[in-house]
Design a protein around this ligand. Sequence first.
Ligand code: NAG
Ligand code: NAG
Ligand code: NAG
Ligand code: ZN
Length: 372
Amino acid sequence: MKQLLVISYLFWVLVLGGLGYRSLAQPGPEVAETASPWSLETYQYNRYHPMGEIYQWMSQIAEKYKDVVTQHYLGMTYEMRPMYYFKISQPSNDPKKIIWMDCGIHAREWIAPAFCQWFVKEILQNYKDNSKIRNLLRNLDLYVLPVLNVDGYIYTWTTDRHWRKSRSSHNNGTCFGTDLNRNFDVHWCTVGSSKDCNDLKFCGTGPVSEPETKAVSSLIDSKKENILCFLTIHCSGQLILTPYGYTKNKSSNHEELIQVGQKAANALKAKHGTNYRVGSSADILYDTSGTSKDWARDIGIPFSYTFELRDNGTYGFLLPEDQIQPTCEEAMEAVLSILGDVHEKYWPSNSAAKVTSTTVVLSLLMAFISLF
Ligand SMILES: *[C@@H]1O[C@H](CO)[C@@H](O)[C@H](O)[C@H]1NC(C)=O
Ligand SMILES: *[C@@H]1O[C@H](CO)[C@@H](O)[C@H](O)[C@H]1NC(C)=O
Ligand SMILES: *[C@@H]1O[C@H](CO)[C@@H](O)[C@H](O)[C@H]1NC(C)=O
Ligand SMILES: [Zn+2]
């Protein structure tokens, strides 16, 4: 009998172990180092995580919150690693619109993937109790790609902390990496980028020449009619950037973008007092072409922003871990402000909400009167 129990125990260990391994879907060698007891409850959002842990975190999030989150395969990187995004969606029969957010298109900007993880955690922990988030999710699905440039991100952990680009091979293996945020099909390689593959801003061999940008472009393009807002997260410099980078010309809704962006910067500042500036890339940063934000705006997505998170010149890409939390907390306020404005524009507060607030005011009044 005892032997039977032991055998059955071993059987289940093997089966579950096998399932766990399969669900990780080729996460690369990093996972092996961290395969020890692992729990979502103790995941540290105020630390930077290697790619293996982020893959593992993603499958656990999808498992724990399976009624609202699904994990989707987006494509393969140059080095044949899978790219996954989350779709956070409240089940509903009504048609919904989409918010896109990607992080980590530039490998060394570690605070960006940290923010995507923070954002997902905050939404999932609060959507049931926080009426603002619940309201957003009534009409909006959130698509989140926590690490766009997986190969580059891994390279910053293993080899070169300052690596920015992807890891594609060029000139017969003599130089590596395309700046994925110069590779989108919008005024490709006209300004602020280089055709020299040794350059930090190498635009690639043609528009959308890289598998990572192909994967993102084709998903976004296939859903563009339904995407209201495109957010792409970088560091550093503390900026909220609007289109365009390839020209000082302004997009058709520029004033609105600035107004919504400035309101977001105000919400951000209210949290920890941090200053962010708002403006078009060409106006307040520098000329850039082939960037995802400009491309998204030009295929018709109305709200398109690049966030440049902390800091403002002290640590740059090497932002210390003790700044992850405040950076994410304040950026969360900014993103929620933008989503709130987008939501309000397309689904103006309905009469039901007004009735509710009238009821609140009335009952407060009654309570006040009853004091006398
Ligand atoms: C590329 O490199 C390989 C190995 O070094 C060499 O045999 C080949 O001739 C090179 N090809 C070109 C086009 O330079
Ligand atoms: C900027 O606007 C001017 C005037 O409308 C136009 O001629 C020019 O082509 C635009 N530049 C770009 C890069 O779109
Ligand atoms: C960032 O630092 C620069 C240089 O010190 C300064 O000019 C700029 O105003 C700062 N930006 C913000 C948003 O604090
Ligand atoms: Zn960047």
